[in-house]
Design a protein around this ligand. Sequence first.
Ligand SMILES: [Zn+2]
Length: 395
Amino acid sequence: MVRRIAPPGSQTSLREANRARLLDSLKRHGRLTQVELAGSTGLSPATVSNIVKELTASGILHTSFTSRSGRRATLVSLARQVGLVAGVHFSSRQLRIAIADATRTVVSQTSLPLALDHRHDAELDRLSMLLSDMMETLGGTVADLLAVGIALPAPIDIHTGMVSTPGLLRGWEGVDIATAMSARIGRPVYVDSEANLGGLAEAREGEGREAAASVFIRIGHTISAGLIVGGDLFRGVNGKSGQIGHVTIDENGPICRCSNRGCLETYAGGPALLSLFPAGEGMQRLSDLLQAAEDGDGSARRVIADAGRHIGIATASLCNLFDPELIIVGGELSAAGEILMAPMRHSLERTALGSANGLPEIVGASFGEWAETRGAIAIALDHVTVDADALEITA
Ligand SMILES: [Zn+2]
């Protein structure tokens, strides 16, 4: 269908621009009241009210009533029938998939273990089958998905769709992952790092909602961070901003998978922590370490606390350079809670430059192990275009 484009400056083009602004705001924030929509779009309450009425009648928006501080308010979101998107998270050891509607309500989700050193070809084939099965259970097909977002455990150059740093995810290097997956399912696919997408989810819907600048530090098998300024990611030129796991702690330290020596990951990454226990003690996965710590095992608690101390030192450098308002801790090891975060805070207080407002607070992620998947849903929704005039929804 050829879309008629209204001449710039005309009444029609202004109306189209206002509608687009309102729809973008809803994609970004999920549900908002009409008053909040006026605030986030800069449109007048009357204009917001008119557009909402019109788009609700077209079936693009859904309204409901809510009570905010004792006052009745109209809550607006994209309508469920706008369509479904999928969010996928390949972490180092786990695959998570969630299918959500345009209101970001998850309608189906699944999680499976991954072999260490997983490879793109086998995993993308498996993902295609899993998405087909999930969509079939929902009474549809993969063709009904508007878009798919994927989080990967490595920095991604979003311009090339490839892993941007060699050595960090060997089985996935040299491939345009979004294009490779899109070729399998015939739907648009968007890819970014797990730290970026976890950070995006927390900044938009979680702990970081109110923060002007926040850092999401993902601590698990690997260690990385997502940097968020004003609700948007700061990716750097090659997508490798926030690689805190490869900050040098000791120049003469152990060899890292990135080929440098003494990186933070060689002291506080999952394999480094597990290697501290004698073989035969049953410490195979981070979940074993977390369980032992929860059961009160002193050595398990000590190992996690030492990791927190090391990560806190690297976090202090990051704070000196980036000056965030809030630090959000996610990833598998964040389930250790204060065993990990209290020593992080202590190291940060000892080593970061002070400021009049004090140091950034360190808090756990709101979405736990599903933060990255929620971020993947968010980038998929960001790319969905709702064409109000043609009632045509494309991605
Ligand atoms: Zn390294």
